[in-house]
Write a protein that binds this ligand. Sequence first.
Ligand code: UDP
Length: 243
Amino acid sequence: MLMQDPKPVFKRILLKLSGEVLMGEGEYGIDTAVLARIAGEVQQLRQINVEVGMVIGGGNLFRGAGLAKAGMDRVTADHMGMLATVMNSLAMQDTLERIGVFTRVMSAVRVNQVCEDYIRRRAVRHLEKGRVVIFAAGTGNPFFTTDSAASLRAIEINAEVMLKATKVDGIYSADPFKDPEAVRYERLTYDEALARKLGVMDATAIVMCRENDIPLKVFNINHHGDLVRVVCGENVGTTVVRE
Ligand code: UDP
């Protein structure tokens, strides 16, 4: 259900979902109930006219570094990781379209029988027409992460904010699942987030946000309604900014 008369403070956002979020309580793969719930929240953003770009990770299926550890060639492993993000993106597209939200998947590697190639100007046009654009296959290059892809696409589409959806309520001084003393930060600078090596996002992604002055908000996607709350400027999660 929508909050009472929600007013967005951003017109265009980039939402980063990790593959892990899609697993729900499982240890692998996609929980369709989780997909449906998140799609419902994205639909609410469209109902208040927020333009939504999304980047979805692939860690619920394959991670290049993990496969490489088991002996696989790293570049091949990263190709598998990128293709995993395409599968997740198609799953999210299907879920969104079943509830009437027009969506395009645009891939950084060519798989153009299943989705569009990523072309920046076309992506912006889709957003202007109110379509949710899901950017698949990360940056298209091995040795990068989908966090970096999210920063890159956020900058390219002129998103006003990058929202990183996680399983914790924001950035903590330590891992809150392991350390009961961990405290949540409401606000941090990019440099603090980098210096404290908080592990919430890779350094490349944070540096790209810093260099392009894109605020980053980290919040818990498992808290129902927090996505809309963040977009409406409520004090949810952790904000990472210049000052
Ligand atoms: N990947 C890549 N280049 C990119 C983005 C992703 O090679 O630009 C690969 C990499 O192997 C990574 C996998 O895709 O492990 C899945 O992405 P990520 O680990 O970022 O997913 P998440 O942790 O968000 O689920």
